[in-house]
Design a protein around this ligand. Structure first.
Ligand SMILES: *[C@@H]1O[C@H](CO)[C@@H](O)[C@H](O)[C@H]1NC(C)=O
Ligand SMILES: *[C@@H]1O[C@H](CO)[C@@H](O)[C@H](O)[C@H]1NC(C)=O
Length: 686
């Protein structure tokens, strides 16, 4: 094949045609055509975008097929093959086809079906018009790639025949030659029917699919986490899959032992790096920080003797009898200033908080006095009469350092600066500008999976696409607990991409949270990437809990900027939104808190009563999302926040607690006491 075959790509998407969304299939399809494996067999000679409109689609196809000069050998359309009302691609293409090619359709469907049952929701057509082969593939980037890869090795043969080469000369070398020409590594079989199968075995990495991700789970197709049946014991091999080995060499079961939540938490505590000490400014950024030193006051509060009332500063005689008429010799306002020495028999008018004149020993409240005479202009007091006796020294005076003594400890190491304001207030009162605190870890959050699209991407989802729920959810949760968060975006399922994203994340963050890619599917690239590419250690990969069984905790040794070896923490949470948020609170939060010097770590545990009957999971302890409210008598009651399926992000709306439910067969009755882990404030309702 000296001349490359000419391919044309037709992107069928109204939103792309209108510029509302960006097309991502072109690059992916080009990479298949122009990739190394095809070794120059193809050239992509035209790419067009049209709306989901039958006439528009047909006009473009005809332009390619009905003019000899175009010389297009293969037309690949992407998009519009689903069941949505707008999907019209098969209806547009079918009438144009001169010879139908059900074999190509079969090959594409078989490939996709081996990955996900949702493939049956695709309606591809394929065939020949004039001298061009036409295939229709799905619009989702992953599905498109997979479908094209399913046929690209064999389709050149058809293209050459369609273009008019005589079939006898083509077949001269037999099927073996055809396979060789097509670049298919023959495994010794010579039948055509077997070639597709070889192809699939050898190109397994193309079968990228969302079923590796919890994101796709639980939408009613029966493989939620609750009802798995297992008949054999798990293997001993502690290492993750080597993604290059192919499906036949994969672990059939997770090689990680199933740990109880307590065992898993013990490992988190053991392998979370110790907190490091930094100097922090005393300002509102300090809220949430834990002090790494005792803080001593460097000055007295108050710094001077101050009056606590409006009245008159006096020098109390020995007998304490202050009755009589006194000249007002001075005025002391709260504003700082100089006041002369006060002598016995004189009084100085003073306002609340103002410094006492030197020599004054007490303050008489204005209520205990009567105005006697005024100055001539009538504007100032000249003399007042005091009606008090039994006055003692120090009355109505705040002594120097009576609130806080210079040198005393005002806050202790390990205390956390609250958002209530008391600690900041105390630090501010004594003029503390900086304190030593534990550095709070920076959190990096990423999602993995080619099927994940940004939550705010406009337009309808294509088959298989899933909006990224976890990243915004987890970023919010981590920020809500006071941690700085870096959004690391969505990493694709290619092994190199994930490694690069993780390395980049570890340069910026101390703890990474990834979601997706934690089940046993082919695309569980995370564990192999951590172990094989990053040299990290997986401390656990399965936890006996619901939801959240595939929760994974790993550490990766890296050198920091000073060349010291430090450890970065990676949590890989299940892709299901509810599982991700539950395991964040259960495992990630304690790790973040430990790194920040918070003690004790974890959510606050309180006993509550069930307000209604609760079903239990027969296999695993469950963390049930619930609303805990306080009754007028102070009793705490829990109600479920609804369907607890792990994909249901709605089960966390309005939840302020996770109820620790044991596994069991019989439901727990209304009124039963259970422990609740508080995620936020208890509300007063009922
Ligand atoms: C392609 O097929 C159409 C419909 O059968 C026909 O009208 C047209 O002439 C053909 N064009 C070529 C170049 O064969
Ligand atoms: C596929 O190859 C096997 C092994 O050579 C052979 O026994 C079988 O008949 C082939 N299948 C078909 C459908 O030709």
């Amino acid at each position: 094949m000296s001349h490359p075959l000419k391919a044309a790509i037709l992107i069928i998407s109204t939103s792309v045609a209108q510029g509302v969304s960006k097309d991502s299939s072109e690059d992916i399809l080009r990479s298949v055509f122009e990739g190394e494996e095809e070794a120059g067999r193809w050239t992509v000679s035209d790419v067009k975008v049209v709306s989901d409109d039958i006439l528009e689609i047909q006009r473009q196809i005809r332009e390619w097929t009905d003019h000899e000069a175009s010389g297009i050998n293969l037309i690949v359309t992407t998009g519009g093959t689903g069941f949505a009302t707008a999907d019209q691609t098969p209806e547009a293409i079918s009438p144009l086809i001169h010879k139908h090619a059900p074999g190509l359709v079969h090959a594409m469907l078989a490939t996709s079906l081996s990955v996900t049952p949702f493939a049956m929701m695709s309606r591809p057509v394929a065939g020949v018009r004039n001298k061009s082969v036409i295939i229709t593939i799905p619009g989702s980037p992953k599905g498109a790639k997979e479908n094209l890869q399913a046929v690209i090795k064999t389709v050149p043969h058809a293209c050459i025949q369609v273009a008019g080469a005589d079939s006898r000369s083509l077949h001269a070398g037999g099927v073996k030659r055809l396979e060789k020409d097509a670049g298919i590594i023959s495994l010794g079989h010579s039948s055509h029917d077997n070639s597709t199968a070889h192809h699939r075995g050898h190109k397994h990495e193309a079968h990228a699919h969302e079923h590796a991700h919890g994101h796709g789970h639980g939408h009613g197709h029966g493989h939620g986490h609750g009802s798995l049946v297992r008949h054999t014991k798990q293997g001993e091999n502690p290492m993750s899959n080597d993604p290059s080995l192919g499906p036949t060499r994969r672990h059939r079961a997770s090689p990680y032992p199933m740990l109880d939540v307590e065992e898993a938490l013990a490992l988190v505590s053991k392998h979370t790096p110790a907190p490091t000490v930094i100097t922090s400014k005393v300002d509102n950024e300090l809220v949430g920080a834990v002090l790494a030193e005792d803080v001593t006051a460097s000055e007295n509060v108050p710094a001077f003797r101050a009056s606590i009332v409006d009245g008159y500063a006096v020098v109390v005689p020995k007998d304490g009898n202050m009755r009589g008429v006194f000249p007002v010799t001075a005025v002391s306002h709260a504003a700082a200033g100089e006041v002369g020495e006060l002598k016995e028999g004189e009084v100085a008018r003073i306002t609340t908080g103002a410094p006492l004149p030197p020599g004054a020993t007490s303050v008489i409240m204005v209520e205990d006095t009567v105005l006697k005479t005024m100055t001539e202009d009538g504007r100032e007091e000249k003399e007042i009469e005091i009606l008090a006796d039994g006055v003692r020294e120090g009355e109505n005076i705040r002594e120097v350092g009576s609130d806080t003594k210079d040198g005393s400890i005002i806050l202790q190491k390990g205390e956390q600066v609250s958002s209530v304001g008391g600690e900041i207030g105390l630090l501010a009162a004594v003029g503390t500008a900086t304190v030593k605190t534990y550095k709070r870890p920076v959190v990096g959050v990423l999602s993995t999976g080619d099927e994940i699209v940004n939550h705010d991407r406009p337009g309808h989802l294509r088959l298989g696409e899933v909006r990224d729920t976890n990243r915004p959810t987890l970023i919010t949760a981590a920020r809500g607990w006071g941690y700085e968060v870096i959004d690391l975006g969505i990493a694709s399922d290619k092994p190199g991409t994930l490694e690069e994203t993780l390395r980049n994340g570890m340069r910026q963050a101390d703890l990474l949270i990834t979601t997706g890619g934690v089940s046993m599917g082919e695309l569980d690239l995370l564990k192999p990437t951590i172990e094989r590419a990053l040299g990290g250690t997986i401390h656990f990969g399965r936890v006996n809990m619901k939801p959240g069984k595939p929760t994974t905790f790993a550490t990766v040794p890296v050198k920091n900027n000073d060349g010291e070896r430090v450890s970065k923490v990676i949590f890989s949470l299940p892709g299901n939104p509810a599982s991700a948020l539950v395991t964040f609170h259960l495992f990630v939060l304690p790790s973040l808190q430990a790194m920040s010097g918070v003690s004790p770590v974890g959510l606050t545990k309180i006993p509550v009563s069930l307000l209604h009957e609760f079903k239990l999971d027969p296999g695993r302890p469950e963390y049930h999302r619930a609303l805990v409210s306080v009754g007028s008598d102070g009793s705490l009651w829990a109600t479920s926040t609804g369907g607890q399926r792990s994909s249901r992000v709605g089960s966390l709306k309005g939840a302020n607690a996770l109820l620790c439910m044991p596994k069991g067969v019989e439901p727990l009755q209304k009124g039963t006491k259970v422990e609740a882990l508080l995620m936020s404030n208890v509300r007063l309702v009922l």
